[in-house]
Design a protein around this ligand. Structure first.
Ligand code: GUN
Length: 295
């Protein structure tokens, strides 16, 4: 069994972006600029957004963090998004999900200018992805493809089973793995809560992507010898042996599953850092496109 080291690979890719950004700044360009909107005080979202903003700083990017209260009216959030759309100094916009129940995620995502949609969640970005046109890919599936590429793992011809059909991970992951493109060409089964006999499907898989948000869901008896397992889950569970009283686990029961795998991602330091890497690559790309097509 070998570890797919997301933290290490991410740092290598980020270092490339850092060097490229330093060169751009030296030539007198303004820095790529990511604006993040965080609504409410969901602790996990605060951690994720904090980490994205810190990464921007470490790369020489500019960043803006807009914090809005949990009870902000949808219209006010829309105004904030429109303001960032119109701000020529902002290259990328991300609205951290989930949003409070009274706000429609679809309405907010639709409002983001697709040219600044570095999360790749806008219908224009998702449609282009479906058609294999150049676009911003959603950061987590993009990061997973970068990780597989780094290790020279081609999904071509593999049977890939994706568990979970969310708009931000499972569904785009299934599209990207099945596309006729480098890092695609797999035969994909997209599974979900209504799937019959998930275990039998997983046992046929060469590659499993677990993205369901249930701690240690994927067990040893669901994975065949030699499979590649990608764990997208970040779940906090109680752990009395830790000072904090809790720890992070993935959607995969790592200790029992890992010995059967050819490759597996750990949690933490697996997919999480690769998601940030995907986002930063998209932000740099948005900056480049803004330079070549000034408004
Ligand atoms: N919530 C969970 N993952 C993501 C992500 O990749 N982007 C945003 N904006 N929100 C998320």
């Amino acid at each position: 069994m070998q570890i797919l080291d997301g933290a290490g690979v991410s740092e290598q890719i980020l270092q490339g972006i850092r060097v490229e950004t330093a060169g751009l700044l030296q030539q007198g360009n303004r820095a790529p600029h990511l604006a993040a909107i965080l609504v409410g005080d969901n602790p996990a979202s605060q951690v994720y957004v904090g980490s994205k903003v810190r990464t921007c700083e470490s790369l020489g990017f500019s960043s803006t963090l807009l914090r809005l209260p949990a009870d902000v009216p949808e219209e006010k959030l829309l105004e904030a998004v429109r303001g960032l759309n119109e701000d020529a100094r902002v290259d990328g916009i991300l609205v951290q999900l989930p949003l409070p129940k009274h706000i429609s995620e679809a309405v907010i995502i639709h409002a983001i200018d697709p040219r600044k949609d570095v999360d790749g969640f806008h219908p224009v970005s998702q449609g282009k992805m479906l058609l294999s046109e150049p676009t911003f890919l959603p950061a987590t599936p993009y990061g997973i493809l970068l990780l597989l590429q780094h290790y020279g793992i081609s999904p071509a011809g593999m049977h890939a089973v994706v568990i979970g059909r969310s708009h931000i991970v499972g569904t785009p992951m299934s599209v990207l793995l099945s596309r006729n493109a480098a890092s695609g060409n797999a035969t994909v089964t997209l599974t979900h809560s209504r799937t019959k006999d998930l275990k039998a499907l997983c046992l046929q898989a060469d590659l499993i992507v677990a993205a369901i948000g249930q701690p240690r869901f994927l067990k040893e008896d669901m994975v065949r010898e030699g499979a590649i397992v990608i764990d997208v889950g970040i779940n906090r569970i109680p752990d009395a042996t830790r000072k904090s009283g809790s720890r992070l686990v993935g959607d995969v029961d790592f200790d029992s599953v890992a010995p059967k795998c050819s490759w597996i991602t750990p949690v933490p330091k697996g997919v999480g850092p690769m998601t940030i890497c995907g986002l930063m690559k998209n932000t740099l790309q948005a900056w480049k496109q803004a330079q070549s097509k000034p408004e």
